[in-house]
Design a protein around this ligand. Sequence first.
Ligand SMILES: *Cc1c(COP(=O)(O)O)cnc(C)c1O
Length: 464
Amino acid sequence: MDTRTFYAALPSMDRLISSTECAPLATRHGRHALTQCARAQLDAARAHIAAHAALPDWASSQAKLAARIADKLEARQHMALRPAFNLTGTVLHTNLGRAIQAEVAVEAVTAAMRGAVTLEYDLDGAGRGHRDTAISELLRELTGAEAACVVNNNASAVLITLSAMAAGREVIVSRGELVEIGGAFRIPDVMRQAGCRLLEVGATNRTHLRDYESAISNDSALLMKVHTSNYSIEGFSKSVSEAELAPLAHARGVPLVTDLGAGALIDLSAYGLPAEPMPQTMLAAGADIVTFSGDKLLGGPQAGLIVGKKAWIDRIQAHPLKRALRCDKLTLAALEATLRLYLEPDLLAQKLPTLRLLTRPQSQMREQGARLLAPLQAIAGAGFEVKLEDCASQIGSGSLPIDRLPSVALTFSPRDGKGGTLLELANTWRALPQPLIGRISEGRLWLDLRCLEDEAGFIANFCA
Ligand SMILES: *Cc1c(COP(=O)(O)O)cnc(C)c1O
């Protein structure tokens, strides 16, 4: 058949977009998007005819063409950022958004999004307030700090702290603490960015108090401790604690700054978890400034918290970078709601998802696994052997790298023993409406149940 017949079979743009099939699309998506999409599909149909001398099936009638346009317009509205099931076994998974927010934080953010808020508005004096005031007061109460300040994340907390306290001068750090947090965040690079000169002391595995002592000079702006959050140096090793370092720093008139990273605000060992250094302990030990993340063990939104001596915090608040790194109302709303939970610590393990997940009893996960075993065997099919296994989950986000929490997983082994079959299963589940992310290890797919709270939604997701 002559290709001209195929071209002629395509409707004109005008006819297509004013057709009864397309009219509702104009209402739903607007005329601009409809026209743009219809044009692209007609072009694609013509290109198909030119290449294959045939009309594509999807353009073989006006109804089919309209259905395709509807699908394309719908697909363009699918969010790339969407809820997922984190069954990786890493509770604070940076690639999956770290801490899950508490319900009170979700409500506070929603309310803050919908309307005006008292962000920089002092209700008592009706003057201009400061956006960090509420958080700062909460952090003072919770950590005993003189003052506090909030920025976008802990990386920016370190950057602004160094910029405000030590630009153009020397910062003394142990060689064992020149960490890379991930991506481009390496302590030596941040120092350079802040305009400081790094003075390394000690050796990779051992640094002594005398190393700091002999390094301090008139040019020293501060002593810095960096919590080695994502690795551990074991064996013949020595580092100098804040408690040991503070008297030296203060005797020589140099402030001590600690980048704590994860920074738990409560004693995790009281919950049977591995102990993690707390900002309040560091302040009590004599650190002048402590920085930590909002979305690691604290369980709040992405933020960088700076606590410590008022004179230094004032200087950080006044630094020009503060404006560039300040938090928006959504972050501040979530953070304030999260911090208020810490005022009622007895309820924390129930209301703060991070702590609730970290303290989930293994027995509860075993019961859940037993309930899910048969439905998941049916979903995975006869090609897989499904088992319930004890396993170990991680806290994640650089916290407590060597500690593991006893957990339970459903594991899927392909009966044909082929890695390809396993990858296919993992890919299929990653492509679900709410992507399901597990972990492949030892020729099996592991779904660690620690973070599975929405069991009904989890099952329904397979049938969607
Ligand atoms: C995680 C971490 C950072 C970076 O914190 P973000 O909140 O991810 O920006 C910096 N220092 C240490 C020691 C960390 O553990």
